[in-house]
Design a protein. Structure first.
Length: 235
């Protein structure tokens, strides 16, 4: 883990941290975000979920997003930031937030910084879940799930106790995602690294980048992330 924070900044009113999780598909972002929600009271904010909720609620930003989507267009960064700003003003996020899926580019990161600064906040930590690419490809390519209950398994790391029978529900039908294969995983990793490199540089220059070994066990990764969040909350 590296990255000294020079200017830890949290919400001036609540001391609520703003955490960004960076990591490729399969790195465990979803699992670890749920752990942080349960253990520290942070709320995971997914851009997709927020967009759908804003559209359903009929907020001004939600209505703007709806008209763009109905026209087959891409929702602009400005609309996404407006929806995020509305969401972060709600009382249930007082303990802090984990941003999932945003920002994805250096331009979005800069716009997010401006939005947070206007609200007296800033990113407290951008945590990069570091992976070994070849090991990650093996992890993704071996995944399969029970067709009945959705329990997850892996050819190498988590096989069923009885071959061909789900441990959880006894189902005998299993399925694999079409994109859970080595070739697709390799392409997704390359795209992730290309896309995220500018973000890594951005947050490193701000002094808020932290790196966590995501190839460690789920418990070890959760422990490292918990320490980082606890340190943020203590400021």
């Amino acid at each position: 883990m590296v990255g000294e924070q020079t200017d830890t900044c949290v919400d001036a009113g609540t001391g609520a941290p703003v955490v960004i999780l960076l990591g490729p598909p399969g790195a465990g972002k979803g699992t670890q975000a749920r752990r942080l929600e349960e253990g520290h009271g942070l709320v995971q904010l997914s851009t997709g979920d927020m967009l759908r909720a804003a559209v359903a609620a009929g907020t001004p930003a939600g209505l703007a997003a709806k008209s763009v989507m109905e026209a087959g267009g891409l929702v602009s960064d400005e609309i996404v930031l407006a929806i995020l700003s509305d969401r972060m003003a709600q009382p249930d996020v007082a303990a802090g937030v984990i941003l999932d899926g945003f920002p994805r580019t250096a331009g979005q990161a800069a716009a997010l910084d401006d939005m947070l600064a206007a609200a007296g906040q800033c990113v407290g930590a951008a945590i990069s879940l570091e992976v070994d690419d070849e090991a990650m490809i093996a992890r993704v390519a071996g995944r399969f799930t029970c067709g009945r209950c959705g329990e997850g398994y892996h050819d190498q790391f988590k096989q069923t106790r009885q071959e061909g029978v789900c441990d959880k529900c006894g189902g005998t039908e299993f399925k694999r995602r079409a994109d859970d294969n080595a070739e697709t995983a390799r392409e997704r990793l390359k795209a992730y690294h290309d896309q995220t490199a500018p973000l890594i540089a951005h947050y490193e220059s701000m002094g808020v980048l932290q790196r966590v070994d995501a190839m460690a066990s789920i418990e070890e990764v959760a422990g490292a992330l918990g320490q980082l969040v606890s340190a943020l909350s203590a400021h």
